[in-house]
Ligand binder design. Structure first.
Ligand code: GLV
Length: 339
């Protein structure tokens, strides 16, 4: 039987592409920028498996023309780039890569939190600009992270690892999530609070909720207004969790003290965006999971999920396993038809 046709939307680190090359008829988008929509549509119409990144939009229009498609394997924890309901309707399995990046993203969340609190990026700019003339008792004073109150919004894998690190920093930990989680609550001595109370009490608020219609602009003008004027907002989740204009206004007016953002809305943020004019904002280009080891693990897991699904197994990381029965029948049909 011919090998299944697979399209991968970018060159990946580690051994994932070699593995796919052994088992599939591999087509690879070689450019640095993501494939344009029409190219993704064209490839999707011919392939059995798609390995996508968070920059690739998999919507109903794409799925409509994807007659042979069995699986979309997303190399990310978040799946907000994929219309999962439309995929389910068309009996296409969707998988993601949770778990393998939690520690790395939690490390980076602390990197950003510390950078904002201790003005690391500002200090770097200050030195490079030749403004460091002497040691000054009041130069670039920041605030302490140790012993401060941390509010974690969204307690999935990353939120949990952030909590574990926060224990080491002697922080008081508050959290808010869809459901209360008694075991980690005890383990990390956390307090569950409604979102408004968490915002009122935290010195640092860090966002780890999945982006869904319910969490879009979770943090807007009203929520920013509840935060302490000394508080810092950290976002390594998804940009649209925050109303970015409201954030700019709150930062500019000093209603909160700072923000540290790995994600923005849109991405990439435009070089003229007003947020970039503020000294109390630390920015990174969506790199929280970008350690060499973790990106290689994410790519490998995405490849393994893809191959498992093509072989008829439903990977643990599938997000729509409820379609199993219809999917199995569709898979057999689609793999049998030439692409
Ligand atoms: C990265 O942002 C991810 O969702 O994995």
């Amino acid at each position: 039987m011919a090998k299944p046709v697979v399209f991968v939307t970018r060159r990946l680190p580690g051994g994932a592409l070699d593995l796919l090359d052994q088992h599939t008829d591999l087509r690879l988008w070689e450019e640095e920028a993501p494939p344009p929509d029409r190219e993704l549509l064209r490839q999707a119409a011919r392939c059995h498996g798609l390995l996508t990144l968070l920059t690739d939009r998999v919507d109903d229009k794409l799925l409509e023309g994807a007659d042979h498609l069995v699986v979309v394997s997303n190399m990310a924890t978040g799946i907000d780039n994929i219309d999962v309901a439309a995929a389910s309707e068309r009996h296409v399995l969707v998988t993601r890569t949770p778990g393998v990046l939690s520690e790395t993203v939690a490390d980076f969340t602390f990197a950003l939190m510390l950078a904002a609190a201790r003005r690391v990026a500002e200090g770097d700019r200050y030195v490079r600009a030749g403004r460091w003339k002497t040691w000054g008792p009041s130069t670039l004073l920041g605030c302490d992270v140790f012993g401060a109150t941390l509010g974690i919004v969204g307690l999935g894998g990353v939120g949990m690892e952030v909590a574990r690190r926060a224990r080491g920093f002697g922080m008081r930990i508050l959290y808010h999530s869809r459901t209360r989680k008694p075991a980690p609550e005890r383990r990390y001595r956390m307090t569950f609070l409604p979102l408004d109370d968490l915002l009122r009490q935290s010195d640092f608020v860090t966002l780890h909720a999945a982006l869904t219609p319910q969490t879009r602009q979770l943090i807007g003008k009203r929520e920013l207004g509840l935060m302490k004027d000394t508080a810092v907002l950290v976002n390594t989740g998804r940009g649209p969790l925050v109303d970015q204009m409201a954030l700019y206004q709150a930062l500019k007016a000093g209603r909160i003290a700072g923000a540290a953002l790995d994600v923005t809305d849109p991405e990439p943020i435009g070089p003229d965006d007003p947020l970039l004019s503020l000294d109390n904002v630390v920015m990174a280009p969506h790199i929280a999971s970008a350690s060499m080891a973790t990106r290689a693990r994410m790519a490998m897991l995405a490849a393994e999920n893809l191959l498992a699904a093509l072989a008829g197994r439903i990977p643990r990381d599938s997000v729509n396993r409820d379609i199993a029965r219809a999917w199995r029948a569709a898979r057999r049909r689609r793999l049998a038809s030439p692409s």
